[in-house]
Ligand binder design. Sequence first.
Ligand SMILES: [Fe+2]
Length: 389
Amino acid sequence: MASLTEVPAFAVKRVPEVHFGPGRARAIAEDAAALGHPRKPIVLVADRALVELGVAGRVMAALEAAGAEVALFADIAGEPRQQQVEAATDFVRFNAAGLVICLGGGSAMDIGKVAATIACTGDGPADFAMDGRPLPRRSAPKICVPTTAGTGSEFSSTNVFTNQAGKKVWVWGAQTKPERVILDPELTTTLPPDLTAWTGLDAFVHALEASTNVRQHPWTNLYAHRALGLIADALETAVREPLNLGARGHMLLGAAHAGIAIDNCGAALAHNISHALAALGPVHHGLATALALEVVLPWQVAADRGPFAAAAEACGLAHDAAALPGWYSDLLTRCGVERRLPAVFKEIPASALVAEMRAPETQSMRQSTVRAVSDADIDRFAAAMLALA
Ligand SMILES: [Fe+2]
């Protein structure tokens, strides 16, 4: 008889209702009617870029054509900051929204989810961050409509923003999850090649870290390994052929599966580094995370006891952890990723990055890493990252 390894205890979190399909977002008024309040307005929280592209306008028009009253909050660009979350919360509160629709990438979704959740209180996002005040049990319902295939925020109970002190912090809680997720590949076709690569690699790292860190378990690995396969197959095509709906659909599903995985099992060292970098200067989260993984992956797979070999196999490689780093570097090259951090990081001393990688806010990701991360390891990785500036 085969030896059966004992499965450790685990729990699986709620996955929101999902509706997938090219063009599915055109039926958003039906979703709003199903979940919203008949006499209260809808607040649409959207990235400013989607207003400029006309995407937010089309969503508003579809809702208004069905008789809904819609108020738009679109003061969102770049990574979320505390003032943006506060402004969005005030906006949802002022409009007494009966439904919040979050349209965009991780920034719009994280901001919209938090705003919808806490608008019924008299408090701001900083009051709830890092397990501060408990979140209210009931809030306006939320629908997430991602327009990038990356963060998986639409499945996540973690919502990140940069606070007044410049630190990345998060509001965490199942109450922030949406009631429904609309996955429409057509909405992702306007994403330019660099953002397609960076956001797609962020999703890849979510799946890899969720399936290899100390909290990984067999149930969530179903999602994580599926995500690795979908992204491995589709990312390069999505970058090179923006209008390829097959590739865009695979990426959207890959990011969704990765989002479910990271919501259950969390991240690891590459995210420790990208969060630490974000505390020191502006850098796209996906780019920072993708570059950080390339730096730490050879060190991680060297001590593999199985999870990285399984991840390699999920990517279409042999069941061999040692095959992953070279393949991953090649993937970055095929997707046109320049190994370069923004110039602002040239001025930042390694000691500053080391301090952020050791800061309380980033320790959960250090500690969940499958190999123990020593202070000497942090010194070495911080120097390697800043050499990319
Ligand atoms: Fe990420």
